[in-house]
Write a protein that binds this ligand. Sequence first.
Ligand SMILES: [Zn+2]
Length: 304
Amino acid sequence: MKLLFLFLDGIGLGADNPETNPFVRANMPHLGSLLGGKKLTGSAAPFENEHLSLIAADPNLGVKGLPQSATGQAVLLTGINIPAELGYHYGPKPNPEVAQYLDGETLFSKIVKAGKKTALLNAYPPRYFDGIDSGKRLYSSIPLALTNAGISLFTDKDYYEGKALSADFTGEGWREFLGISDSPLFEPEVAGKKLGELASQYDFSFFEYWASDYAGHKQDMPWAIRQLETFDSVLKGLLEAWQAEEGLIVLTSDHGNMEDLSTRKHTAAQVPLIVFGNSNARNDFSGITQLSEIAPAISKYLQL
Ligand SMILES: [Zn+2]
């Protein structure tokens, strides 16, 4: 029983409008065939077949204002409706009130307590740790929850040794933006296979992709389309390497953004919850309507 949590920041279920929604424009043959020929938009959910379940999950959680990353990710990791308890959505980085929840019971702390293996499969470059150490950079909710649970983040050394992947899957960003010219580079499908192989080594693994939220804030349609087409190939490799009988892959987000490029802000859209794997194993997720119900379903599945 294994679970890979594939987190894509800032993707909602948007309108079937090619003017504003890159999910309508992007060529995603692999995900498209898994969704019975549909695009990943609001009109596609709910959907279920032998491969996956697609559910629309509400990130607004009954709280006014647009959903934000720190609270959204903290909800995904704790199962607590934190925006309702605090009375607001907050982000991008956690404030002390949100951070408190991430020092309590999270999926990471529970899995550690249960004596099971867990990892955040992202590798972080030296520049990231310099920022944290100097106090110039704050942890976002996911690395904060991980480190609070006593697990270390993967470094550039781990990346070179093949124990983790770069946040953009392929490693292009390490070369182009970080200027590390000899860093590993993967074709998207190979990166997906690598992700599947790594995830298979853990009871609960997590991968965080944030460029989708960034493209949404930049309202950058060509970049958004490129990301989605890369992701489609990653997914192909991932599902080939990941044996469905081994467990589940849970793909979801913290809030909408990239699905509506008419605004640079987050959106109030429902977010996709896609659960890949055996249909009996997917049962724990079947009644979900909002973000706070995902962590409890994961805990139940992993018997935490
Ligand atoms: Zn954002």
